[in-house]
Design a protein around this ligand. Structure first.
Ligand code: PLP
Length: 396
């Protein structure tokens, strides 16, 4: 028999994955071109050409023993140094290879740092709506998730007051995700300063360290020149988790990193323990070839303009139909108010028109839905008449 915990999780499943499967089912019935699947955050832009050429070059030029062998559990020193240098150039930070741990994507990095920090019963604060896997990652190590809602009136920006109210002497970490999945909102510099001030005040009050875990897979996806603040500059106990899943369209390759700055309390201890976490969680180290690849592609960029075009077309199309949307500043998600009292019912009704998106309940925020626009522009255009019919059901 499997464990009680996994039994519960298996029964729950993932609503996002279920949608994805439903998309495949509808496609087999009606043809792929007649199904408008906006469920998954799987980038539709191919990885830059340099990714392909570098994979070939690395495979051809590297000694096979070196190419495929084990290395330090934190990753290749030259890769970590290249990452640190790149961050320093871009953000004026002063990291070196001893601040970087290469990880198996952002998900791997989050699990590594949570295992490193959490004692059973420690609290981790997240702002809703949030990427629901955070709850599972925190539960993996006996942590307790505390959810602080954001509101439409505050344009889904986190409230420093609400954060302050949620922090207790048991708070170990706060996770923020900027740009945000699912709202597409970017937390502004002034907001980050407010949050930092509250965390510092509470650290002093309770005599504890509160770590700010900045989950940044969407950092590179910001529109209209929007600035995404680099959090280590605002708060000493910041740990950054990054991934190339979205920024270079490499989600299946599982590659990212953690930054543990020297300013963080117990930085050295955390770094050494996180390296062990990487090993004992079974990752051992981030994939060797992918490490070499990202080091060679640090200046490569995905086609943000293509996502921007999708953003504009979808926003205009949906608002013209009468839907109430948050105009995204980053990531590739449109956060739409459900015209139905129940967002699950709304998502079900959309299926009648072969439209698939994810109910906000899957992000701990009922009353909204998430539409992932990392899809072809053509599909967005083709979907608009179907959205019009869906809007008709609600007399929008
Ligand atoms: N964090 C957020 C907010 C995400 O949306 C995702 C993936 O969609 C992840 C983490 C996991 O990213 P990765 O594929 O790098 O593990």
């Amino acid at each position: 028999m499997i464990s009680a915990r996994m039994m519960k999780m298996s029964e729950g499943g993932s609503a996002i994955r279920a949608m994805f499967e439903e998309g495949n089912r509808l496609a087999s019935l009606y043809g792929r071109e007649n199904v408008y699947d906006f469920s998954l955050g799987n980038p539709n832009i191919p990885a830059p050409e340099k990714v392909r050429s570098e994979i070939i070059r690395i495979a051809e030029d590297t000694d096979p023993m070196e190419l495929h062998g084990y290395m330090s559990n934190s990753g290749y020193p030259f890769v970590r140094k290249a990452v640190a240098d790149n961050l320093n150039t871009r953000f004026g930070t002063s990291f070196d290879e001893n601040n970087i741990i290469m990880t198996v994507g952002a998900a791997g990095g989050l699990n590594v740092i949570l295992q490193t920090l959490l004692n059973p019963g420690d609290e981790v604060i997240v702002f809703a709506p949030y990427f629901l896997e955070y709850g599972n990652y925190v539960a993996n190590f006996g942590g307790v998730l505390k959810v602080v809602p954001t509101t439409e009136e505050d344009m889904f920006q986190p409230s420093a007051k609400a954060l302050g109210d949620a922090i207790s002497e048991k708070t170990k970490a706060v996770i923020i995700n900027n740009p945000n999945n699912p709202t597409g909102v970017i937390y502004s510099e002034s907001k980050i300063k407010e949050l930092s001030a509250v965390m510092q005040e509470k650290e002093r009050l309770y005599g504890i360290s509160i770590y700010l875990i900045s989950d940044e897979p969407y950092r590179e996806l910001a529109y209209d020149g929007a600035d995404v603040p680099y959090l280590t500059k605002y708060y000493h106990n910041t740990i950054v988790g990054y991934s190339w899943s979205k920024s270079l369209s490499l989600p299946g390759e599982r590659i990212g990193y953690l930054v543990i700055p020297k300013e963080a309390d117990d930085a050295q201890l955390i770094y050494s323990a996180a390296v062990i976490s990487n090993r004992i969680l079974g990752f051992v180290n981030a994939p060797a070839l992918q490490q070499r690849l990202v080091a060679a592609c640090l200046n490569e960029k995905t086609d943000v303009e293509a996502y921007d075009r999708n953003r504009k077309t979808l926003y205009k199309g949906l608002t013209d139909c009468g839907f109430d949307c948050t105009y995204p500043s980053g990531a590739f998600y449109m956060w739409v108010k459900s015209p139905d009292a129940d967002d699950n019912t709304f998502a079900e009704k959309a299926k009648k028109y072969n439209i698939l998106f994810v109910p906000g309940s899957s992000f701990a925020c009922p009353g909204y839905v998430r539409i992932a626009y990392c899809v072809s522009h053509d599909m967005i255009l083709r979907s608009l008449p179907a959205f019009k019919k869906l809007a008709g059901e609600y007399k929008l």
